[in-house]
Design a protein around this ligand. Structure first.
Ligand SMILES: [Zn+2]
Length: 75
């Protein structure tokens, strides 16, 4: 038999990539995806592992610079 199943996934606010893991409820997606796939939540936005870095000065994770001009680091 066939049944429709609604699932939720995290979407990176920087690159638009979605999480590989899908979840049945949306309530804890951002928390679960941090554990399952090492995503982080910064300022209420979700970032995949490719899109954040560790800031040694503040001991916090921060989003990487914008995709454009990534090589120069200039916005
Ligand atoms: Zn990303």
């Amino acid at each position: 038999m066939i049944r429709e199943v609604k699932m939720y996934e995290a979407v990176c606010d920087r690159c638009g990539k979605s999480s590989r893991t899908k979840y049945k409820t949306r309530d804890f997606v951002d928390i679960c995806v941090e554990v399952d796939e090492n995503w982080v939540k910064i300022d209420n936005l979700n970032y995949c592992p490719d899109c954040y870095e560790y800031d040694k000065e503040t001991n916090e994770y921060k989003p990487k610079k914008k995709l454009r001009n990534d090589s120069t680091g200039i916005d």
